[in-house]
Ligand binder design. Structure first.
Ligand SMILES: [Zn+2]
Length: 453
């Protein structure tokens, strides 16, 4: 059993919106369960909890904030080396930068080396769970999930399905792609903290036969995840309309093939209409809002008000390498900006909203966990959930220290942290109750050594 004393932020795991709890002087207690999994045992005020756990060692992190590890709902690990590549929108960017990089993942050594860097970088930024794309090469998933397993991380990933409109080197073959997917499910899904996601890249890259096969697998393996893209970009939308003239909308293509259900997560969802949003709400499929990617590629602005009124499940994602940063702070900042916008990107009006700090944070933690069907597992720090969390320094930079010191309320303090923090504020990352093994652990003081830095 271990405990941490710090300011604490945690969430109700099952609420369909942010229900935050904050304790300025809190105690977080963790212990291994019968299976050896480190879980949260108690969370609350130090003065209340300490007498009950008086014999448990305390890691003193006063002055710091402990919060759930961030969850990235949509990220492409093979695009780690694509981030920061300029292009004229989504489709030229895929052709020019993304597909050539992804072709390199035919080499397992390259895949393993990128997977190592990818998790180092995520952990440096406080991200402890991802739903990630591999490439079309099955070995890319073996490399990623093997690395996650070695680090004890919770990770869900899948081999991208793309049997058409993809260049040599990344295009797969219909029957083999479905056999590979099923073999990867058998190899990885449910092993340790790992999960598999059936991964049609996007409707234009998949033949009817491939989407049909993906839907059949999704029905056969009902607790396996599904991940793809929908309604991101206007040129993409026109292309889908030409390829699927019989379908009511882009989203309806996925519905026809049985790919909308709980545990299905679709990135972007900018150009949805009311019928699409109702369909998402009815089926329980979720949207991974990817604001830095949408701003970078000029795709458009997600309509929070309409999505929420329709009851759409959503959470936040970096969408690296279209996304501009691995940092959850950058993503939350961009989500706020996107929320404020009063247009969508195609000239249609949307209602601008001011997302609260606790709402932005929830979308990247407990809200994202809920979108994955993992409420009570990660993202909330609720008792019983797995002990993945971050320790943040609200005085990591001179400006952060100055601004947070003047906050008049917790919301104001958290908002300043979102606007001004980056990886320098992430002083420790704890994965399943243990310090994460990554680049900055050597520079972090011993967990028992009292107050860090
Ligand atoms: Zn993406």
């Amino acid at each position: 059993m271990q405990s941490w004393r710090a300011s604490l932020l945690w969430f109700d795991p099952e609420a369909d919106g942010p229900r935050p709890h904050f304790e300025s002087d809190g105690l977080l207690v963790t212990a291994a369960d019968a299976a050896g999994v480190q879980r949260v045992v108690a969370v609350g005020a130090y003065d209340t909890l300490r007498p009950r756990y008086s014999d448990v060692a305390v890691h003193d992190r006063r002055g710091r904030l402990i919060a759930p590890g961030f969850i990235d709902l949509h990220i492409h690990y093979p695009q780690t080396d694509v981030i920061g590549s300029p292009a004229d929108g989504l489709l030229p960017w895929l052709e020019r930068y993304t597909f050539p990089q992804e072709a390199r993942f035919a080499d397992p050594g390259h895949a393993a080396s990128v997977a190592r860097f990818f998790f180092d970088e995520l952990l440096r930024h406080g991200v402890t769970t991802v739903l990630a794309f591999g490439t079309s090469h099955p070995g890319s998933v073996d490399a990623l999930l093997g690395e996650a397993q070695a680090r004890g991380l919770r990770c869900i990933a899948g081999k991208s399905l793309q049997d058409r409109h993809s260049p040599d080197g990344v295009r797969d073959e219909t029957e083999a792609s479905l056999r590979d997917t099923e073999a990867l499910i058998a190899r990885w899904h449910g092993r340790d903290r790992l999960g598999y996601a059936i991964t049609p890249r996007f409707a234009p890259s998949c033949s009817d036969a491939q989407l049909h096969g993906a839907g059949a697998l999704a029905a056969r393996y009902s607790d396996v995840w599904i991940q793809s893209h929908v309604a991101e970009n206007l040129d993409e939308l026109r292309w889908v309309r030409a390829l699927y003239p019989q379908d009511r909308s882009y989203l309806a293509v996925y519905e026809r093939f049985g790919l909308l259900r709980r545990r299905a997560v679709y990135a972007h969802g900018i150009y949805l209409d009311d019928a699409d949003r109702a369909l998402l709400a009815r089926t329980g499929a979720a949207v991974a809002v990817s604001p830095t990617s949408n701003l970078f590629l000029g795709s458009g602005f997600f309509d929070y008000a309409a999505a929420r009124e329709a009851g759409v499940t959503l959470g936040l994602a970096s969408d690296v390498g279209g996304g501009m940063s691995f940092s959850p702070f950058a993503t939350m900042r961009a989500a706020y900006t996107v929320g404020r916008a009063s247009v969508r990107g195609d000239g249609a009006a949307k209602r601008g909203v001011s997302l609260a700090a606790t709402d932005l944070w929830w979308q990247h933690t407990a809200g994202a966990a809920r979108a994955l069907g993992l409420a009570w597992v990660v993202g909330s720090l609720a008792p019983g959930s797995e002990a993945d969390f971050v320790v943040l320094d609200p005085a990591a930079t001179p400006l952060l220290a100055r601004r947070t010191a003047q906050a008049a309320s917790f919301e104001e303090w958290l908002f300043a942290l979102i606007l001004l923090a980056d990886d320098r504020a992430v002083t420790e990352v704890v994965v399943a109750g243990a310090p994460a093994s990554h680049a900055f652990t050597e520079a972090t003081p011993d967990l028992h050594g009292g107050r860090a830095r």
